[in-house]
Structures are given as C-alpha cells and as structure tokens.
Design a protein around this ligand. Sequence first.
Ligand code: SF4
Length: 198
Amino acid sequence: MAVVGGPAAAGPRWRLHSTLARSEANGPGVRFVVWSQGCGLACAGCFNPDTHAPEGADVRRVADVVGEVLATDGIEGVTLTGGEPLEQPEATGAFCAAIRRRTDLGIIVLTGFTRAEVEGDARRAAAVADADLVIAGRYNERLRLGSGLRGSSNKEYWALTGRYTAADLAGVPEAEFVIGADGSVTLTGMHRWEGGPR
Ligand code: SF4
C-alpha cells in the first residue's frame, strides 16, 4: 500500500459498532472493514440488528481509524458497512477522503439508501464521492442472494470508478470466521446468521 501526505486532521467523531483489520468476505481481496453504529431504515430480516440503535456505539475519531488502516499491511481496500454509514455522512465522507488522499486502497460503501436517495441528498452524495463502489438500496429478505455483496437482488452495484469488476464481486466468499489473537471469533460476510453480522 502506498501512503502519501502528512498527518490527518482529527476529523469528526464517528459512532462505530466495530472494525476488523482483515476480512476476505466484505469485498474483493483482503479488506479493513468498518461497521458503523445506528440505522433507522428498519429492513425486515436485517442481518445485523445489533447495529441499529445509535446508543452503545464505540465513539472514535475518524483520524484514529484512518491511522489503524495506514498501519495495516497487505490490504486491498476498505469497506464501510453497518449500521448505516450514510446516517453519519460527515464522518463517512472524511474517512473516505482521507483514504483516497493518503493511500491507493479501494473504497466500498454499503448503504441501505437507494442511489436516488444518495444522489438527491448533498450530504450523502458528498460522503460517497471518494468511493470506488457503492452498494445501494434496502435489504429485501424475499430477494436474498447467496453470493456477491448485495445481500438481495434489488440492491444496486453503483460503480463510481472502474476499479472493481462484476467478476471481482461475484468471487467474494459468502462468509468467514475470523479468530482474533485474544481467541475471539468474528463471523462476517453475507451469509445470514440469526443475530450475526451482515
Ligand atoms: S440491512 Fe442495512 S440498511 Fe437495512 S436495517 Fe439492516 S443495517 Fe439498516
């Protein structure tokens, strides 16, 4: 990973559910994943209801999370998911801008808002301006998919750059188990577990 530029500004505070430094089930390649905390969109069958309440977040500085990404070797990119990343557009946008400015990492944002809802709102549109790919739209459990990153077939792959191909996205594993140095086990990816991550 090429890193450029000087120290990032502290940036806005960011309500997070969790982060994972290396995941292979949240986009092409190995990725640093950020789960935001808080989502009011209430999709039936959401994989990750623990991320809905705005309370109980791990409140971080954007610059601190950027610093963790910069310290992580061997990743292809970052993925922002949730929760709803675009309910905190300033923090999401500041993070994406810093990653774009300071690295050559790819950026993927998963949102429950549709592309029209993002493009029609200046704050949301600005938040994804530095992304390579936005995966947009409510999750619909009746249209659930077992592969790729959309979760359900009504969701849209919205490519802002040509970095990721359809083949890249189709090849993303449906699920993974990540065992931490402390023995903790994280289940992630698009596979559905009751009460598990999305
Ligand atoms: S699927 Fe995403 S947008 Fe829908 S309720 Fe769950 S976290 Fe929110």
